[in-house]
Design a protein around this ligand. Structure first.
Ligand code: HEC
Ligand code: HEC
Ligand code: HEC
Ligand code: HEC
Ligand code: HEC
Ligand code: HEC
Ligand code: HEC
Length: 356
């Protein structure tokens, strides 16, 4: 115990020395939000209490430390943004329920399948280094190659700590490291940019990439950002009807944030089967009223190009037992499957001579 106290004292001493006014660290810490005197004038003591001996540095109770400032009922003089209310929404990271299972020095991804899943603020935020241009601060991560990283370089590396190789991953959940792997036939450009590009894209892209938190986040656009909680299932920022129904701008609001609705519905990309009258995006989405989710995954497809992954709750095998997508180029496809009782078999013809 004395040894540990000694160690902590040494660490604190070093921090005091290197953070002396004018030092490089002091200059760096100017950008770290919680170290700014203008934000938390009491400095370390805002969160750490010392009882007598300088070596005993006690934290307030873990689950509540962030909420002691980041909640509507906070009585703190130095109140931060209210984040707590987001964790009371229907769809949320289970921080309030499970943060007690977080401990300093834990190993993520979890190896032991019997350990309950948890998530705490500290899993996604390194509290001392959060800053406006890197809100997660220097928190640890897990790379696309499956290796641990002391400081995550990309947001997705933070997510991969719990949504990839964890041995306690829920059975129905995809391993995000595998589905976003750039060697797959297609994927949304989170880990790497795509080779195929998009016809309908309506946003300008920094490095031609997007983030998990572009889709997963607060459904209130004026509230605090981040994948904390949302009114929409799967903590989505925008509405996404995953079941069949009429097409409206709201039904597929999520996709239409980045893809032009007019381009999709004018069949600029998916034109249909070469053997049939045009029945591409518009035919399927507007007339047959099927969701994007019937044909597309939002993450990545290990099987097909263009994010094709059939929703097998809607699509079933054809009479010869096949479910298959064949990309024939030029925006045309052949599919072998049954959908709404309609077997896509008529399409099993040779492509018309000279194409369409
Ligand atoms: C906004 C709240 C907050 C402020 C301000 C803060 N800390 Fe912390 N500190 C924490 C939390 C929370 C932890 C535990 C982190 C975890 O569990 O991952 C922690 C952990 C630590 C640890 C590591 C203890 C261990 O068990 O490894 C040290 C050392 C430390 N803080 C020193 C400082 C110093 C020095 C300052 C002032 C420059 C400071 N802290 C300011 C919240 C804060
Ligand atoms: C003593 C009060 C206090 C405590 C405790 C506290 N914060 Fe903060 N925090 C603030 C204030 C004030 C701000 C600046 C206003 C804002 O952005 O919310 C802030 C900002 C932030 C930001 C945004 C940084 C930026 O520059 O945009 C993050 C992220 C954050 N805090 C996370 C945490 C986490 C995680 C914890 C618990 C481990 C925590 N805070 C504990 C007061 C606190
Ligand atoms: C420390 C672990 C941890 C980290 C890091 C983490 N999550 Fe989670 N996440 C969870 C847990 C636990 C759940 C609850 C369901 C489960 O067990 O997967 C969850 C649920 C979710 C859900 C909803 C899934 C559902 O079943 O409703 C989404 C979406 C999600 N996380 C996205 C993210 C994103 C994006 C990141 C990175 C910014 C991230 N998570 C980082 C642990 C984590
Ligand atoms: C283009 C939008 C988009 C992006 C980018 C995205 N997601 Fe999702 N995510 C969704 C949608 C839509 C669902 C619900 C439908 C589904 O699961 O197929 C979902 C579901 C999930 C789920 C729960 C169910 C499942 O599929 O396992 C988790 C966990 C998740 N996402 C994590 C992540 C992580 C981590 C990242 C970044 C590495 C990410 N997502 C990037 C849109 C997105
Ligand atoms: C945050 C922005 C964003 C959202 C939201 C989004 N996409 Fe994308 N999508 C992109 C980007 C960026 C690309 C790749 C563009 C490029 O590289 O030129 C892309 C590409 C695609 C591709 C082509 C992939 C390929 O390899 O051919 C499909 C299919 C696609 N998106 C479907 C969807 C669907 C379905 C939704 C709704 C669930 C959706 N997208 C939501 C940004 C987004
Ligand atoms: C019946 C299946 C099906 C449905 C439903 C469907 N798509 Fe597609 N989509 C495809 C196919 C097949 C392609 C590939 C076309 C090609 O060969 O280029 C595609 C391509 C795309 C692309 C890539 C080309 C581009 O425009 O950037 C995007 C984006 C896309 N779809 C978005 C959507 C959205 C959004 C919805 C729902 C509103 C949707 N899709 C519904 C089958 C479908
Ligand atoms: C699953 C990961 C995850 C968890 C858990 C999490 N955060 Fe965040 N948080 C993020 C990400 C990622 C962002 C940055 C989003 C962005 O770049 O827009 C963020 C942003 C923030 C911000 C800045 C919001 C803004 O709009 O400026 C605050 C404050 C914050 N988080 C506090 C907390 C607190 C307090 C907790 C725990 C009660 C917590 N977060 C739990 C991932 C998480």
């Amino acid at each position: 115990m004395n040894l540990i106290r000694g160690k902590i004292f040494l660490i604190i001493l070093i921090i005091f020395i290197v953070t002396a006014p004018g030092s490089v660290v002091a200059q760096i810490s100017m950008v770290m939000t919680h170290s700014k005197r203008g934000v938390l004038p009491k400095g370390c003591a805002s969160c750490h209490q010392s009882h007598g001996a300088p070596a005993t540095m006690l934290l307030f109770q873990r689950e509540d430390i962030c909420f002691s400032c980041h909640s509507a009922e906070s009585a703190s003089e130095y109140k931060g943004t209210d984040i707590k209310s987001l964790f009371l929404k229907t769809y949320r990271h289970p921080v309030i329920e499970t943060s007690k299972d977080h401990f300093k020095g834990e190993e993520l991804p979890e190896r032991d399948p019997s350990i309950p899943r948890h998530v705490a603020c500290e899993d996604c935020h390194e509290v001392h280094s959060v800053r406006s241009d890197k809100k997660t601060g220097d928190v640890s991560g897990y790379t696309r190659y499956g290796t641990k990283r002391g400081r995550a370089g990309y947001e997705y590396e933070v997510c991969f700590k719990c949504h990839s190789d964890s041995n306690n991953l829920p059975a129905e959940q995809e391993n995000m490291r595998i589905v976003f792997d750039p060697s797959n036939p297609s994927y949304h450009p989170v880990v790497d940019y795509t080779r195929n590009g998009s016809v309908s894209i309506r946003i300008s892209l920094k490095n031609r990439k997007i983030k998990c938190s572009d889709c997963h986040g607060n459904s209130d656009p004026y509230g605090p950002q981040g994948p904390h909680g949302s009114d929409y299932e799967w903590i989505l920022k925008y509405n996404y009807n995953m079941n069949d129904g009429p097409e409206t701008p709201f039904a597929y609001e999520l996709c239409y944030q980045c893809h032009r609705r007019d381009s999709i519905l004018n069949d600029e990309s998916f034109k249909g089967s070469p053997d049939m009258r045009p029945f591409g995006h518009k035919g399927h989405i507007v007339y047959a009223q099927t969701s994007c989710n019937t044909c597309h995954t939002p993450h990545g497809s290990e099987e097909y190009e263009h994010l094709i992954r059939f929703n097998e709750r809607v699509v079933s095998p054809d009479s010869s037992g096949l479910i298959q997508y064949i990309n024939v180029g030029g925006g045309y496809a052949r599919c072998y499957l049954t959908c709404h009782g309609y077997e896509h078999k008529e399409q099993m013809l040779e492509p018309p001579v000279g194409g369409m």
